[in-house]
Design a protein around this ligand. Structure first.
Ligand code: PEP
Ligand code: MG
Length: 902
């Protein structure tokens, strides 16, 4: 069958359906679906994403047959609507909109009111009986078309503030000022007529071309521009952040225009079938009377609430849609119920009321923050809309992160100086220094600063800065403004519509209530309440356990998952935090972290400086009680759970200072000469320290170090065991590549442990195992498992050694590799399942061949990465271990892996 490029919808029929989002994009697929459901959708057609990719790949050529298919679909639309495109008496107008497979809010282009020309205008005036409306639509068409088609799609890059759209906006502002008009709606028909003339002249003057007066030129110009916007700056930047492939392409939706700006009986709005900020099951939305869709999102006027529950402080005094237009509101409420039932998920909908008649323009799965996602999943399951399995799959593991994010300390909040109040668009607390542009936000953040992006309103051009900022604060805009939508998607703290702020980005100044704040000043945001404070307030760690929906979802997840979840922690506080987040043990305690404390670094350095075993033992004696104390605390915090402790791993030079000043200070402190220190530093110098004298190699050369550590572990274990603590120490030897290496260290460990237990008169159950982090260890896993009582994959080193990428230097080239698509993802973050994964599979298989019940875990960074956790589940590991704050993420990811893999 020949390829089909165009899919018609309308009049209760559609050639496409919701299942075809890859080809029709989300918007096109759902317009088709709504049409099939008999919901009132203005008729139109969708040109496929496939056409987009062909168009882009051939330098702007359409596939053969496209124009004919568009012509046929257009005829069908005309027949359904009973009017014709370009008809001078009664013209049909079109909107031309983008629509990718997943929603990219505001990142691509739209042109509305296509089909208005000198010849069709009089027809529409007489049909609508509303000259003002027609000229308002025409001036919008000129503004959008010139901006999107004649400037952006033509590759013209004007200077800051000199874009055609901005120039036309200035003309409009001038006219409003001359008339003393506050809103666009204060301009009457004759003003707008005049304005249109001014616009056309300006366009010709700036772009050296006439605004097209032929309906087909307008239509095809808009189609091409929307396709081209797939590769626009904003869209490319957004795709990079969201990980959306460049070869998906966008579809183009050409749809009959319906008008929310036909007068006081018309309106346009955006709504969510449930509250996207809290997840609560209530219909939530905003609208504007006598407006087109772009006005709602642009935040030009304060939007009104669709019903009582949606009212905010700003819209409290304005009537709701329910009060103003009860009939279309109740139809809308009915459609809300129908769509939720049909899609079985929260929908984000756009509607227009034209002269009292309701039309649906879009439905899509609504973006939501983490807390809302959890609440919706749990409540929808309880309502019988989705199953428990689906509820588990509904929340992205990373979204849990938001619940774990800090809040402003309520006590300090009470005492703090309140600057302003706005709409709570993104929950949680944030503190940061003020910056006024997206580029500055990005630059400052790169330098490690915490910033809050403060703007009148954001536009899709700002996404990179919004991403880099801790939080976003805008003076304008409602809960569906660009800033709110984007921040919500990312779960970022955000306050919008903060009317009290007067921002001058050029002066880098914001005044509020007579106070002046400048770039770099600290402010604090409570995004849950929408309050802005002066200065940097303390942040409190989050307490997800207080969220009943979170608890429920995690209980369901824990029930499903097969993987155990442990944590990487090396002090009692982290251990406690991780346990409170649901960790079931410690998978990696890096003992070297304990040697950096000020009370022990000296002893450690004495040990390193010692010339002989006796000298080392003397220094180690000082370290022993300190280590014992650490382990005692950790064992207590992990009462009843296993604790894997790794013997010393990094090369010793890491503990010595390199610069002269610090070397002198050390010499003074330790009562030795600077030369002695320099000589030691030199003798420890290695060309490839990552492949040098580290890991078990240290313990083999200096068995007294391993012995001291094991003594501290077992003494602490015996001590807490006597106090009734259930203790399960697991001694782990790092960087093993051969069986004899492990055997050597195992012997030291066992001899020491047995001696301690004998002396203490208690027995504790302990294991000796190894990390698998050298490729050879994975290859020889059967032999190594004869000695090791457990395996833990150290995928940081395993990745380093398999790829041959230095962990410490890969930052120099990996970003380039990712940008050039030489690697699909950062291999130190997401496990390279194809390559490194083979070694993991081999290691597990071979290890279990000689020890069938071998316990296997992972403790590299990948243990907290949802994708890699899925892999760990599939290859039959027993547990993953990750940093404390990733424990909930790992619990959910493990459950999702179990659900997805049956
Ligand atoms: C590893 O190599 O994966 C590991 C956990 O050890 P470290 O990161 O401490 O080298
Ligand atoms: Mg390692």
């Amino acid at each position: 069958m020949a390829e089909k490029w165009v899919y018609f919808f309308g009049g209760g029929r559609a050639e496409g359906s919701a299942k075809m989002r890859e080809l029709l994009g989300g918007k096109g697929a759902n317009l088709a679906e709504m049409s099939r459901l008999g919901i009132s959708v203005p008729s139109g057609f969708t040109i496929t994403t496939e056409v987009c990719m062909r168009f882009m790949n051939t330098g702007g050529k359409y596939p053969q047959g496209l124009r004919k298919e568009v012509g046929t679909a257009l005829k069908k639309v005309e027949n359904i609507m009973g009017i014709r495109f370009g008809d001078p008496q009664n013209p049909l107008l079109f909107s031309v909109r983008s629509g990718a497979r997943t929603s990219m809010p505001g990142m691509m282009e739209t042109v509305l009111n296509i089909g208005l020309t000198e010849s069709t205008i009089p027809g529409l005036v007489s049909k609508s009986g509303n000259e003002r409306f027609v000229y308002d639509a025409y001036r919008r068409l000129i503004m959008m078309y010139c901006d999107v088609v004649m400037e952006k799609a033509a590759g013209i890059e004007p200077k800051e503030g000199q874009g055609i759209r901005q120039q036309l906006e200035r003309e409009m502002r001038k006219m409003k000022d001359a008339k003393g008009a506050q809103f666009d709606t204060d301009l009457d028909a004759s003003d707008l007529k005049k304005l249109v003339g001014i616009f056309k002249k300006k366009v010709k003057q700036v772009l050296k071309k006439d605004f097209p007066d032929d309906v087909n030129d307008q239509l095809w110009g808009a189609i091409a521009a929307v396709f081209r916007s797939w590769n626009g700056r904003r869209a490319v930047a957004y795709r990079k952040i969201e990980g959306i492939p460049d070869d998906w392409g966008t579809a183009v939706n050409v749809q009959t225009m319906v008008f929310g700006n036909m007068g006081e009986n018309s309106a346009t709005g955006v709504a969510f079938t449930r509250d996207p900020a809290t997840g609560e099951n209530r219909f939530y939305g905003e609208f504007l009377v006598n407006a087109q869709g772009e006005d709602v999102v642009a935040g030009i006027r304060t939007p009104q609430a669709i019903n009582k529950v949606s009212k905010t402080k700003a819209s409290m005094h304005l009537p709701s849609l329910e009060e103003l237009m009860p009939k279309p509101y109740h139809q809308l409420a009915k459609i809300r119920a129908e769509l939720e039932k049909h899609y079985r998920d929260m929908q984000d909908i756009e509607f227009t009321i034209q002269d009292g008649k309701l039309f649906m323009l879009q439905t899509r799965t609504g973006k939501r923050n983490g807390a809302a996602a959890i609440r919706m999943a749990v409540e929808m399951c309880k309502e019988g809309l989705i199953s428990k399995k689906e509820a588990i799959l509904r929340v992205k593991p990373e979204q849990l992160d938001e619940l774990l994010h800090p809040l402003l300390d309520p006590k300090s909040e009470k005492a703090a100086e309140r600057l302003a109040e706005g709409l709570p668009a993104g929950p949680g607390g944030a503190v940061g220094q003020i910056v006024f542009t997206a580029d500055e936000a990005q630059d400052w953040a790169k330098k490690g600063k915490e910033v809050i992006l403060v703007r009148d309103e954001t536009s899709p051009e700002d996404v990179h800065g919004m991403r880099a900022a801790r939080a976003i604060l805008t003076a304008k805009g409602g809960m569906t403004s660009h800033a709110a939508l984007v921040a919500r998607g990312w779960g970022k703290c955000c306050i919008v519509g903060c009317g009290g702020l007067h921002i001058s980005a050029s002066k880098k100044l914001v005044s509020v209530d007579g106070k002046k704040l400048r770039e770099g000043d600290w402010i604090s945001l409570n995004g849950t309440k929408g309050v802005v404070y002066k200065d940097k307030l303390p942040l409190l760690p989050a307490d997800p356990a207080k969220n009943v929906y979170y608890k429920k979802l995690m209980a369901w997840a824990d029930n499903r998952r097969k993987l155990g979840i442990r944590t990487n922690a090396d002090n009692p506080q982290d251990a406690k935090t991780a346990r409170s987040f649901g960790a079931e043990g410690i998978g990696l305690c890096r003992t070297e972290h304990m040697f950096f404390g000020p009370d022990r670094l000296t002893a450690m350095r004495q040990m390193i400086l010692a010339d002989d075993t006796a000298g080392r033992k003397k220094a180690l004696k000082k370290l022993l009680p300190l280590q014992r104390r650490d382990f005692t605390g950790i064992f207590k915090a992990m009462d009843g759970l296993p604790v894997t402790i790794r013997t010393l791993d990094p090369p010793l030079h890491e503990f010595l200072p390199n610069d002269k000043a610090s070397q002198m200070e050390m010499a003074k402190q330790m009562n030795v000469t600077v030369d002695a220190i320099k000589a030691k530093v030199q003798s420890l110098h290695e060309l490839n320290p990552m492949l040098g004298h580290r890991g078990c190699r240290l313990g083999i050369t200096y068995p007294e170090i391993t012995a001291m550590q094991v003594q501290a572990i077992i003494e602490a274990a015996c001590k807490v065991a006597k106090q009734g603590v259930k203790v399960y120490p697991e001694i782990m030897i790092p960087l093993v590549g051969t069986e004899p290496e492990l055997e050597n260290q195992r012997q030291v460990a066992v001899e020491t442990a047995e001696a301690v237990m004998k002396k203490q008169g208690v027995r504790v159950k302990y294991l000796v195992g190894t990390m698998i982090e050298i490729p050879r260890a994975a290859l020889m896993a059967d032999r190594i498992a004869e000695v090791a009582e457990f395996f833990s994959f150290g995928t940081n080193d395993l990745t380093q050694m398999t790829f041959g990428y230095s962990r410490d230097d890969a930052g120099k080239f990996l970003p380039d590799y990712l940008a050039k698509k030489i690697l699909p993802s950062e291999p130190f973050q997401t496990l390279d399942q194809e390559g490194v994964g083979q070694l993991v599979v081999m290691g597990i298989e071979r290890g279990r061949k000689s020890r069938p019940n071998l316990k296997v875990g992972i403790c590299g960074e990948h243990g907290g990465d949802p994708d890699s956790i899925g892999f760990c589940h599939r290859v039959g590991m027993n547990y993953v271990s990750c940093s404390p704050f990733r424990v909930p993420i790992a619990r959910l990811a493990a459950a999702q892996a179990a659900v997805a893999n049956g």
